[in-house]
Design a protein. Structure first.
Length: 95
């Protein structure tokens, strides 16, 4: 059972890391507007925009600067730390 928990924890942690990289790529693509127009940019946009739009509802841009992606990445890191703590508690309880 502990092996399954470790495997699940690794999968979730890796998925969050990959999604964080997708968000960073999407943010960097905003510096080159033509990047969002090609197929790769649209694909990354379909993955990143639903998550970022949630934060844009609550965090207005400051002039030309959109802080919502930064808060979104911090939220992912916070969730990752919380997931790690929960799995650590579960693994310790089973040992």
């Amino acid at each position: 059972m502990i092996d399954i928990l470790l495997l699940l924890h690794g999968f979730i942690k890796n998925a969050i890391s990959i999604y964080s990289f997708i968000l960073i790529i999407y943010i960097l693509m905003s510096w080159v507007p033509s990047m969002r127009e090609n197929a790769f940019g649209r694909f990354i946009g379909t993955l990143a925009e639903p998550y970022l739009s949630f934060f844009r509802k609550f965090i207005p841009p400051l002039g030309m600067i959109d802080l919502s992606p930064i808060i979104a990445i911090f939220a992912l890191r916070f969730i990752s730390a919380g997931v790690s703590n929960v799995f650590q508690i579960l693994i310790n309880a089973m040992a």
